[in-house]
Design a protein around this ligand. Structure first.
Ligand code: KIV
Ligand code: NA
Length: 270
């Protein structure tokens, strides 16, 4: 099992691979592919729970899905995302919520959508033994502040804010940093400035690693952002299998003899 120390050591040596997973079968496939880090993202609000944003996702949702992922993951590092308002309001509540991901769900680390309010919390969690992955750039829990999901760090002042916060979280003990939807040259600058690995999503090729939402990567999502590449077409596969099932039942073709039990004398059942 890779540890947060292995992930740090990989930075600059070999690209770090990260994908999300939200359930046991998907986690098993991602793990068997040799992915370094499985993120149980709060994106499960969109991918799996049918919400428009990540905001309604609860700590209980994250514990349940993270534990399903952790049960089937043998090799990858499992990171649990902290959902909207579960951290940053009150320190002891934040610690308790983050702690549940390790104590109850068997995650190895937590991810925080960061800002000036998470520097001290990162230090506290790390001191207590809860490894922290920081997340800067586009932080989707701010959707109502942004009015959408716009690219971040697009002027010098905004870029400096991201750079300063990245350094502050690295100094506070974060073991890695997700950079979402920022210009490639800013991601490169942050990557060069930090001695912890950066993991990009929509952040160009110069980060130490890459992450995608697994539904986007395999082609299951109905919609995915332009920076996500679709490496398969699971949605089409499922559509055609489900259509075929419906047709086969309606036509009486399924179940055939091989899917049925032999006729049995019901009086001799037991
Ligand atoms: O929730 C999520 O899937 C994420 C990644 C996109 C980084 O935060
Ligand atoms: Na997230």
């Amino acid at each position: 099992m890779p540890t947060v120390r292995d992930i740090r050591a990989k930075a600059g040596e070999e690209p770090i691979t990260m994908l999300t997973a939200y359930d046991a079968p998907t986690a098993a496939l991602v793990d068997q592919a040799g992915v370094d880090i499985i993120l149980v993202g709060d994106s499960l609000g969109n991918t799996s729970l049918g919400y428009d944003t990540t905001l309604p996702v609860t700590v209980d949702d994250m514990v349940r899905h993270t534990s399903a992922v952790a049960r089937t993951t043998e090799d990858a590092l499992v990171v649990a995302d902290m959902p909207f308002l579960s951290i940053g309001v009150d320190e002891s509540e934040s610690v308790e919520n983050a702690g549940r991901m390790l104590k109850e769900a068997d995650a190895h680390a937590v991810k925080l959508e960061c800002g000036p309010h998470t520097v001290e919390l990162t230090e506290k969690l790390v001191q207590l033994g809860i490894p922290v992955m920081a997340h800067l750039g586009l932080t989707p829990q701010h959707v109502n502040q942004y009015g959408g999901y716009p690219r971040q760090g697009t002027d010098r002042e905004a870029a400096e804010r991201i750079l300063d916060l990245a350094e502050a979280h690295a100094d506070a003990g974060a073991f890695s940093l997700v950079l979402e939807h920022v210009p490639s040259n800013l991601a490169k600058e942050v990557t060069e400035a930090l001695d912890i690995p950066t993991i990009g999503i929509g952040a160009g090729p110069d980060c130490d690693g890459q992450v995608l939402v697994v539904d986007d990567a395999v082609g299951l999502s109905e919609w995915s952002p332009s920076f996500a590449k679709q490496f398969g077409n699971v949605r089409e596969e499922m559509e055609s299998a489900i259509d075929d099932y419906v047709t086969a039942v309606e036509s009486g073709e399924f179940p055939a003899e091989e899917h049925s039990y032999e006729e049995h004398d019901l009086d001799e059942l037991y």
